[in-house]
Design a protein around this ligand. Structure first.
Ligand code: DGL
Length: 256
């Protein structure tokens, strides 16, 4: 494949676009093909085997289409599928995301850190190991935000429903929190709502870390695009309508 292939990026829907923005900013000469599985969103209420099967289909297709590397821009799919897919495709660089608990704890030792994520991410071993690693250095409070992804997928990011749901899950911590880990790639799109509910707290997401990791892996494997390559981003979705693709483009223009 060499340096000429594209980078396949996927998520259950629009959330991974928050990661894609960091990827494209960090690596402007790469071609990114983003796939959102909006027809099957949310992944975060599905069991791990189901998420693995959906992820496998996407990776197989992106590889057939010419991907030189894959970014799983989804915490849930990374937890459920990254290890198995790396075993199945040992030569394919597969970069995942994980809740940015480490930088949050290092920023606020002995502080209180909320981890907002999907129910499946928080239920799987990958998160349990991460929590175990850091929980002695800070108070870690995992919060499964069931329903939030469904509302974000609709694209009305300042809706009263989103505000009410964020209030429901984290409002009780107002004034008592140091940092919030956005452990689902959809949540950076509602940073402002989270700040409206919790006040001026530090928010941590994995976008930049993932982009740097991708650069490191591409460099190590000699897969970086040439400096004069034009780069770019294209979108596709399992909900294959003009409206859905316009929504993806709209999300790509939003702050995350
Ligand atoms: N954006 C994904 C994540 O980071 C998946 C959310 C979902 O589909 O439930 O977990």
């Amino acid at each position: 494949m060499g340096s000429a292939g594209f980078i396949g990026v996927f998520d259950s829907g629009v959330g991974g676009i928050s990661v894609l923005k960091s990827l494209a900013a960090e690596l402007p000469h790469e071609r990114f093909c983003y796939f959102g599985d909006s027809a099957n969103a949310p992944y975060g209420d599905r069991d791990a085997q189901d998420v693995l099967a959906l992820s496998r289909n996407i990776v197989t297709r992106q590889l057939d289409e010419g991907a030189k590397a894959i970014v799983i821009a989804c915490n849930t799919a990374t937890s459920a599928a990254a290890a198995a897919l790396r075993d199945e495709y040992p030569d394919l660089p597969i970069i995942g995301v994980e809740p940015a608990l480490k930088p949050a704890v290092l920023a606020f030792p002995r502080g209180r850190i909320l981890v907002m994520a999907t129910a499946t991410t928080l239920a799987l071993d990958k998160f349990h190991r991460l929590e175990e690693r850091w929980a002695s250095q800070a108070e870690v409070v995992p919060i499964a935000c069931v329903g939030l992804v469904d509302l974000i997928e609709k694209g009305d990011l300042s809706s009263p429903e989103i505000h009410a749901l964020v209030e429901h899950y984290v409002g009780r911590y107002r004034g008592t929190v140091d940092g919030v880990v956005l452990g689902c790639t959809h949540y950076p799109f509602v940073k402002q709502v989270i700040r409206d509910v919790l006040g001026d707290v530090a928010l941590f997401d994995g976008g930049l870390g993932t982009a740097r990791q991708l650069r490191t892996v591409l460099t190590a494997r000699g897969l970086l695009a040439d400096d004069d390559a034009p780069g770019g981003v294209t979108f596709s979705s399992s909900k294959d309508t003009a409206e859905e693709l316009a929504l993806y483009q709209w999300f790509y223009q939003q702050q995350a």
